[in-house]
Design a protein. Sequence first.
Length: 272
Amino acid sequence: MTEQEKKERIIKSRELIHWHKEPFDSDQKLQLPQPPLVKEPMTGELIPLPMNFEDLPMCDDFVKIINGRRSNRVYTQQPISLLAFSFMLWAQQGVKGIRGNNYATLRTVPSAGARHPFEVYPLVLNVEGLKPGIYHYLPMKNAVELLKEGDPADEAFMADVKTSVRGQAFALKASVIFYYSITQYRGEWRYGFNSHRVMMMDAGHVTQNLYLCCSALGLGGCAIGALDSDLCDSMIGLDGKDEFCFYCMPVGTVSSDNEDAEQGFYAFLNKK
Ligand SMILES: Cc1cc2nc3c(=O)[nH]c(=O)nc-3n(C[C@H](O)[C@H](O)[C@H](O)COP(=O)(O)O)c2cc1C
């Protein structure tokens, strides 16, 4: 890519962040049918997740939880409990109620116009009581469905997982990698060409809640924005157009003994 082409691409990308003022009739205003609030189950075989979150051992000092929020990239590869797994999913996308006559979901995170344009696909590597593989979270029921088994001992499968996060090998030692897709039309129906701007803002709330869960539960995670969307889509089975994967976050068990190794990820700062 030439420098000129690079500059043009940057200007185009900046456009995404503007709120465009030109008046237009959104599909909502045109009274076109509203897209479903959540994606339908993909398999029909649901695994309900426990919700007795009061039994989870976790820090309840809010200041400590916020202050302890950080990225961790060194995982000790211990299993995480099904209850912790369930809590992390609920905290990111759990549905608490419905607004109006099926107009919107009210969730544990905010979303512009309450559109909640995301689906979560946890890749389970080491969670008690679940087969390893790619699951789909059903936020209305706090349940998951297994889409595809995936053995962490299968080198070809793990090679794909590594490529999906553009070679960031630390993710492979996580107990679970939460992949997020965006279902564009949920936002576009209401906000048209301004939707992409606010949908990206929404995504930050989802992973921030996950970061805070990690801090409270003594787990570690690291948001990953640099991923291979096409490969993620084919791993999960998404069309890559109306719905595609755009973000993920591995979460695993951590130990304070590994702080030097954690800091090793910033060793480039010590180089001239
Ligand atoms: C949207 C987003 C994308 C990120 N992508 C990556 C990534 O691809 N690889 C990575 O190692 N860290 C990634 N991070 C983590 C940041 O590098 C990290 O938050 C930052 O260095 C600050 O460190 P802290 O989270 O420990 O405060 C990402 C964070 C966010 C919010």
